[in-house]
Write a protein that binds this ligand. Structure first.
Ligand code: 2P0
Length: 336
């Protein structure tokens, strides 16, 4: 209680997700609408996740947020868009035991305090915004008694950060780009749940936990403005690859999964850096797929635990962790 006043709070935990067919490029920056579908794997919540507590009280005079212990501004358009969408969907709530009653109308003047922690490097290209915004939207939706399903919440989280819409589900998730100008059909759907292919183990080799220099938003804008090939990728390459990736996931076909994920990251890196795409030499007996998020940290997806153990052994031998820095640490996440 704050003085005489009550406090109601909700805490949620959301894992990050790693795209295997990447989202890169927006057709609407305000609503965050992408130019292609994407597919991701959501990690186990214990490893790379955001924990967020949201609280409301009549004692709070304005909305405030602390990220990793530091207060930051909530004035950004993205936060405000999520808040507006959620507030408009709040429903009446009553806790008779505590004598708390909040009506939909009360949300026009009530304020929230938000505390959010990542257990992994923020903005180092480990999709911290994905876990963070998904967790924020989910916990606020619970607090405001919003009665929407996950797909509707995914469309709200998307307005906070594109990749966040995919973190509302576990397992394998597709973000459908949608056709509508208002973004109502640009939502995430679950392709397969966390139990479907639980042999996979993801190892993230953390090469740097420094903040990335270019935000994904401006990186995407540069690509869309300067690359002639991005349209070709969005219209021709990705739709075919999405279909093949869906099949590979449904059949738990690791060689196809690895081939598609690696091909996608190579084309993606090429578009971002305007370099030459490397010649790829796929082997159908591949044991490990690799990808990168928006930073230098390598994401290695091994086909089973035995392969993951061998891979980790080699990584530790070739790149031993250095005690005086945070370079070369390894995060192991079961795919769930
Ligand atoms: C993805 N990334 O599909 C791609 C691949 C990074 C590389 O989505 O501007 O933080 O907030 O929508 O979601 C990271 O970009 O960008 C991202 P915004 P976001 O995961």
């Amino acid at each position: 209680e704050v003085g005489e006043k009550w406090v109601l709070s909700v805490t949620a935990q959301t894992p990050t997700n790693i795209a295997v067919i990447k989202y890169w490029g927006k057709r609407d920056e305000e609503l965050i609408l992408p130019i292609n579908d994407s597919i991701s794997v959501t990690l186990d919540p214990g490893h790379l996740c955001t924990t967020t507590s949201v609280a409301v009280s009549p004692a709070f005079t304005h909305d405030r947020i602390w990220l990793n212990g530091k207060e930051v501004s909530l004035s950004g358009g993205r936060f405000q868009n999520c808040f507006r969408e959620l507030r408009s969907r709040a429903t009446d709530f009553e806790d008779e035991n505590r004598g708390i009653k909040i009506t939909k109308k009360d949300w026009e003047k009530l304020h929230v305090h938000i505390v959010s922690y990542n257990n992994f490097p923020t903005a180092a290209g480990l999709a911290s915004s994905a876990a963070g915004l998904a967790c924020l939207v989910f916990s606020l939706a619970k607090l405001m008694n919003v009665k929407e399903d996950h797909s509707k919440l995914s469309a709200i989280a998307r307005q906070g950060s594109g990749s966040a819409c995919r973190s509302l589900y576990g397992g394998f998730v597709k973000w459908i780009m949608g056709k509508e100008d208002n973004g109502s059909d640009s939502i995430a759907v679950q392709l397969a749940d966390e139990k479907h292919w639980d042999d996979l183990v993801i190892i993230i080799a953390v090469v740097s936990s420094k903040q990335k220099e270019t935000s994904s938003t401006s990186g995407m804008r540069d690509t869309v403005e300067t690359s002639a090939l991005i349209k070709h990728r969005a219209k021709e390459v990705v739709p075919k690859r999405i279909k093949e990736m869906e099949e590979a996931i449904a059949k738990r076909d690791f060689p196809s999964f690895a081939r598609l994920a690696c091909a996608d990251i190579h084309r993606h890196e090429f578009l971002r850096n305007q370099g030459s795409p490397p010649r790829l030499d796929y082997k159908d007996n591949s044991q490990v797929a690799y990808t990168f998020d928006a930073g230098p940290n390598a994401v290695l997806i091994s086909k089973d635990r035995k392969t993951a153990a061998l891979l980790l052994q080699r990584l530790l031998f070739q790149f031993p962790p250095q005690s005086d820095t945070d370079l070369n640490s390894y995060v192991i996440g079961d795919k769930t």
